[in-house]
Design a protein around this ligand. Structure first.
Ligand SMILES: [Zn+2]
Length: 140
């Protein structure tokens, strides 16, 4: 038999105990509170960035219905998934229970957001250059 300390009064109790025999508090309540914490910001951000089109960040944060929808629609053709990603970067994203993520870090959020814009800017720049090239060719 293993023992643990009561989180309320510190008494040494059986680790399988449902209730502390000293202070009479229910220990199952404490377990529920710990499990009820929202997911962490950083893993959610990484899931969103790398696997967002599969809705993985939604499954991770207990938003199952939206997760399934995003999985079937490839994250709303990527647009919905990218909106979620931006919301996570700026701490506006809410999980399946309407809570913000825990341990938000604005420096990481903003940095990752700026990095995510680089491919977008490159694509727009290439489209711009190609448009100029087509226009130049057609005026000859
Ligand atoms: Zn106790």
């Amino acid at each position: 038999m293993t023992t643990t300390n009561c989180p309320y009064c510190g008494a040494e109790i059986d680790s399988d105990a449902q209730r502390c025999y000293v202070c009479k508090k229910w220990l199952t309540d404490k377990t529920n509170v710990l499990e009820d914490k929202p997911q962490e910001f950083l893993p959610t951000l990484l899931f969103s960035y790398f696997l967002g089109v599969f809705g993985v960040h939604r499954f991770f944060t207990e938003s199952i219905a939206i997760g399934v929808t995003q999985l079937l629609t490839f994250g709303g053709c990527g647009i919905w998934a990218y909106i979620d990603f931006i919301l996570i970067c700026f701490n506006k994203y809410r999980d399946g229970q309407g809570r913000l993520l825990s341990n938000y870090n604005p420096n990481i959020g903003i940095t990752v957001f700026v990095i995510s814009l680089i491919p977008l800017v490159l694509i727009l720049f290439m489209i711009f250059i190609m448009t100029l090239a087509i226009l130049a060719a057609s005026t000859k």
